[in-house]
Design a protein around this ligand. Structure first.
Ligand code: BES
Ligand code: MN
Ligand code: ZN
Length: 500
């Protein structure tokens, strides 16, 4: 989709979107359209219940007197409540309706509501962001019929602050690209995107200036990453770990601020459960069990593409959890890279095993300022929080606060859950340093307690994204596909909070 920013006074063919304030008051461009159409806008308003409520809209098809073939009256709600998120949702809902509707061009002529908590340029750039995020499709494996093909190609945003809007859009479009990459990875089926293929795809980041190192099984054996390797040993596909490094700091890189921010992603390309096999219904969707890794790759792409002035390392542990003659068994004991041993009681609790080694490796090599891991770790987080919040666990209140704030700003909200010694007791093993599952209760917390044993007291946060990485039924306005790309925005914002 082609995006442009322009100071427009007259509008051509295609769809035109103008704003109506809560209560039904027309914005300047809406009232200009009302005049040009001989009062069609006010007549439409009085003939319907639409009164400019946020999120509502009304469409006039081929109104006479003007060039646009469709006039969309978009509700802006109350001016003081209008934020960048409102702009994104507004644009997304318009695009959702028009994308395959026949129009090729779409123009937004939305004036900034008085008292709105954003600038004119922010309004314009975030309209573009919402439009683009909604335009995502994953059609590689479908024969798309002619009448289902997207028609919308050009989006013009009318704004008086064209140059600031273009500058902001430069950053947001880099983030959108990162989100699309994450969605692609989550949507890809596991017969295509196995660990080796996932690792190959990260090499694309080199073009943006990210350094990429791929660790094969041999390299990980040398490092003693036996917990990660144990998960992958029943698969026909070899395991991999990828380390991606973006250093966008310019000029004097002082030692003191040299410690990188580190992101770690769970990359289980398919989770069958292993010998503790999942039932058929729970196994569908497990191609998405690499959603954490996808978000980490996506944010590395975004940071590099927008040339973030930050020092960031992304690591992903890539495995396939399968049953087979070589597969890991219940009651096996593995020695992690850290030296701590884990008794495997359920081979389906595999994500924590992968992360145990990658987190340990990350802190020992990079001495990070903080580490954040993202993982589709537990079904229990869906029971607790559904698809509305990701679960947050942290050993550092300041980091937790910044993550909560970043998530709220970016429409990726998180909810903090507790950690504590009493929970830690639940993963004690009779025969090894710990077992890989707790009891029947507090499953998301006991999983996080296991991770905490591998962070070596580094400031750390864990995001359990099992409820938000993909969506089965309803679509989110800004995320039209199964894979949501959740995590790219919150991590990108977190980097900005810490480094820029
Ligand atoms: N990948 C799953 C968690 C999951 C479940 C993600 C549903 C998305 C939707 C994870 O590896 C897993 O199987 N966890 C088990 C842990 C249990 C065996 C202690 C679970 O949640 O049931
Ligand atoms: Mn599992
Ligand atoms: Zn899993």
């Amino acid at each position: 989709m082609e995006i442009s920013f322009d100071r427009l006074r007259s509008f051509g063919e295609g769809a035109l979107v103008v704003g109506v304030m809560d209560g039904g008051k027309l914005t300047d461009s809406a009232s200009a359209m009302d005049q040009a159409t001989g009062g069609a806008v006010s007549r439409a308003l009085s003939a319907s219940r639409f009164r400019g409520q946020a999120g509502h809209s009304l469409e006039l098809l081929v109104p006479s007197g003007i060039k646009p073939t469709r006039l969309i009256l978009a509700g802006l709600g109350k001016g003081e409540d209008f934020t960048t998120a409102s702009a994104e949702r507004l644009a997304a809902s318009v695009v959702g309706r028009l994308h395959v509707g026949g129009e090729e061009a779409l123009t937004f002529a939305i004036e900034r509501p008085k008292k709105a908590r954003l600038s004119e340029a922010e309004l314009a750039a975030h309209l573009a962001f919402g439009a683009v995020l909604r335009s995502y499709r994953f059609d590689q494996y479908r024969s798309v019929r002619e009448d289902e093909r997207p028609t919308l190609r050009r989006v013009v945003i009318s704004t008086s602050e064209t140059s600031d809007a273009r500058k902001l859009w430069g950053e947001l479009s880099a983030i959108a690209d990162g989100i699309f990459l994450a969605r692609d990875l989550v949507n890809e089926p596991a017969n295509v995107l196995h660990p080796e293929e996932f690792a190959q795809r990260t090499l694309e980041l080199k073009k943006l200036g990210v350094s990429v190192e791929i660790f094969d099984v041999q390299a990980m054996q040398k490092l003693d990453m036996n917990a990660l390797l144990g998960v992958g040993q029943g698969s026909a596909h070899e395991s991999r770990m990828v380390v991606m490094h973006w250093d966008g700091r310019r000029g004097n890189k002082k030692k003191s601020d040299g410690a990188p921010l580190v992101f770690v992603g769970k990359g289980v390309c398919f989770d069958s459960g292993g010998l503790s096999l999942k039932p058929a219904n729970s196994m569908t969707g497990m191609k998405g069990d690499m959603g954490g890794a996808a978000a980490v790759v996506g944010v590395m792409h975004a940071l590099a593409a927008r040339k973030a002035r930050a020092n960031v390392v992304g690591l992903v542990g890539l495995v396939e959890n399968m049953p087979d003659g070589n597969a890991q068994r219940p009651n096996d004991i593995v020695k992690t890279m850290s030296g701590q041993t884990i008794e495997i009681l359920n081979t389906d609790a595999e994500g924590r095993l992968v992360l145990a080694d990658v987190l340990w490796y990350a802190q020992s090599r990079f001495k990070p300022r903080f580490m954040v891991d993202l993982a589709t770790l537990t079904g229990a987080i869906l029971i607790a929080l559904g698809a509305e919040h990701a679960g947050l666990f942290s050993n550092d209140d300041e980091l937790a606060k910044k993550i909560i704030k970043s998530g709220a700003k970016e429409g990726e909200p998180v909810w903090r859950l507790p950690l504590g010694d009493a929970y830690d007791q639940l993963v004690k093993s009779k025969i090894a340093d710990m077992k890989n599952i707790g009891g029947p209760h507090a499953g998301s917390i006991t999983a996080a307690q296991i991770l905490q044993r591998f962070v070596n007291k580094v400031p750390w946060a864990h995001l359990d994204i099992a409820g938000v990485a993909w969506q089965d039924s309803e679509q989110k306005p800004l995320a039209p596909s199964w894979g949501t790309g959740w995590g790219v925005r919150i991590l990108n914002r977190l980097v900005a909070e810490y480094s820029e």
